[in-house]
Every structure is written in structure tokens, then in C-alpha cells.
Write a protein that binds this ligand. Structure first.
Ligand code: NAP
Length: 254
């Protein structure tokens, strides 16, 4: 898929950039000319994506980061600045969840989900937005989900964490508009990655889900990328605090 946005000279940080949707976003940003800083806990996955980007003529740096640890978030920002000298784009993509009824979710399960999906996105966004403000502006894109605006069984705390991230997107957009930092969200529907594998590897469940998606199939990670690139590009200069759902018409059908 040819990517047409010009992000030449920009530096982008992508959390969870080692696989799934984050890997696809990282590759899309690199195809548009951005230098990409990839962050997650798994060095091997990060190095593989960095090598793929470099193999295609791009520039990428892997920074092993556990986003549940505040000092490691600071280190990620510091390494980005030491390596490239500026940061223009942040994609808060990393997330975790457990497929478990609310009655069975332990208290530390709540903390892990909210700390990764919401608190880390806030801490990293704030650290990066300060720098972006001094530089004259930047873009933050939070990866949410259709589950942020639609209830469902089995992943209730994950949905709640993404609903919180959606509201945080609006509030950051309002407070940081004066810094020329645009903050938006992209919410995928069910997309074929390791994250959602327990759902789509069961043909009966997949059939039940796809029957409710107007497009009649699940999304592919590469299909989330266009909306993210648009929100990082000049074409979206006057858009902030918004959410774009990439869901095959799923939300329109509820
Ligand atoms: N797939 C779907 O159906 C779907 C649907 C709607 C929304 N989404 C959203 O899309 C985004 C990407 O999902 P995906 O499907 O690509 O999932 P994935 O393949 O499981 O990737 C999740 C990424 O997050 C990273 N991560 C998790 N905890 C972390 C931590 N503490 N520190 C640093 N990195 C951490 C993981 O890396 P490590 O484990 O190596 O740290 C991994 O790279 C998520 O925000 C998800 O909520 C996905």
C-alpha cells in the first residue's frame, strides 16, 4: 500500500511498535519519511521492526521500555531527544487486557490495565507535549477502540480504560491547543493481531462477530495506518480532540 503523506524530517515515538497495529503504524510512518522510535518491553521484536525499517532505507531506534514504570517513560523521552534532538509525533498504541468477566478480575488486573492503557499514555504525552510546545508544536495520536464507546462482556475494564483515554484525548487537546499540539484518537474495530487472537482463532466466534460488521470481515493492522498518518499530517492541522473509528462500519451498526 503506497503511503502519500510527507513526514520527512519528523521524529515519531510509537509505543508497542514491535508487533501488531504498532508495527504497521511504525512502518507507515517510516514510509512517509519519519524517523521512528519503537518502544515496548520485548527487545527482539523492536529490533526486528527497526531492521525492517532500516532495510527499506528508513531510520529507526529500538528503546526497550516498560510503560508501567515512570522512570522508563522518562528514559524513553530522554533517549529520543539524545538520538534525534526533537520529537514531533507520539503514537500511544501500547495496551493490555485480559479476557475475564468483571466478577473475576483481580484488583491488580485493574491496575495493570489502567496503568498501561491510560496512565502511561498520559505521562508520556505530557512529557512529550512539553517538548513539542517548546519546539512549536506536534501531534499525539492515541489508539483507542470501538469498545471505548460501546459496552460488552469479558473486557469491561479494558473498555473503561479506553473510554478514559478517549476523554483524556479531548482534555489534552483543549489544554494543549495553545502549544500547537494536536491530540486525536484512532479507534480500531476487531483487528487481526495477537491481541485479539483468542477471539478470531475460534471460527464460531469470528463468524458471530463478522456477521455484525457491515464490511463482513475483521480489519487488518495495515488498515488502521491511514487514519493515523492523516492525523500526523498537514491535512489535519485544524482537527484536534477527535476520534476516528476504523471498524468496517461496526459502530454505525449498533
Ligand atoms: N487487535 C484488535 O482487535 C484491537 C481492536 C481495538 C483496539 N486495539 C488497540 O490497538 C492497539 C494495538 O493492539 P494490537 O492488537 O496491535 O496488540 P498487540 O499485538 O498485543 O500489541 C500490544 C503492544 O503493546 C505493548 N505493551 C503492552 N504492555 C506494555 C508495557 N507495559 N510497556 C511497553 N509496551 C507494552 C506490547 O509489547 P510488549 O508486550 O513486548 O511490551 C505490544 O507491542 C492497542 O491499543 C489496542 O487496545 C486493538
Amino acid at each position: 500500500m503506497a503511503r502519500n503523506y510527507d513526514l520527512g524530517g519528523k521524529v515519531a515515538v510509537v509505543t508497542g511498535g514491535g508487533k501488531g497495529i504498532g508495527r504497521a503504524i511504525s512502518q507507515g510512518l517510516a514510509e512517509c519519511g519519519a524517523k521512528v522510535v519503537l518502544a515496548s518491553r520485548t527487545q527482539e521484536e523492536l529490533e526486528k521492526v527497526a531492521d525492517e525499517i532500516k532495510g527499506g532505507g528508513g531510520d529507526a531506534t529500538a528503546v526497550v521500555t516498560d510503560l508501567m514504570v515512570g522512570e522508563q517513560i522518562d528514559k524513553l523521552v530522554e533517549t529520543t531527544m539524545n538520538t534525534y534532538g526533537h520529537v514531533d509525533i507520539l503514537i500511544n498504541n501500547a495496551a493490555r487486557s485480559f479476557l475475564r468477566p468483571l466478577m473475576d478480575l483481580r484488583e491488580d488486573g485493574w491496575d495493570k490495565i489502567f496503568d498501561t492503557n491510560c496512565k502511561a499514555a498520559f505521562l508520556l504525552s505530557r512529557a512529550v507535549a512539553k517538548i513539542m510546545g517548546e519546539q512549536g508544536g506536534g501531534r499525539i495520536v492515541n489508539i483507542t477502540t470501538v469498545g471505548a464507546v460501546r459496552g460488552g462482556a469479558g473486557m469491561g475494564v479494558y473498555h473503561a480504560s479506553k473510554a478514559a483515554l478517549t476523554m483524556l484525548t479531548k482534555c489534552m487537546a483543549v489544554e494543549w491547543a495553545s502549544l500547537n499540539v494536536n491530540v486525536n484518537a484512532v479507534g480500531p474495530g476487531l483487528t487481526k493481531t495477537a491481541f485479539s487472537q483468542p477471539i478470531w482463532e475460534n471460527p464460531e466466534i469470528e463468524q458471530m462477530i463478522t456477521s455484525r460488521i457491515p464490511k463482513g470481515r475483521l480489519g487488518e493492522p495495515e488498515e488502521v495506518v491511514g487514519a493515523v498518518l492523516f492525523l500526523c499530517s498537514e491535512d489535519s492541522n485544524y482537527i484536534t480532540g477527535e476520534s476516528i473509528y476504523v471498524d468496517g462500519g461496526s459502530l454505525a451498526n449498533t
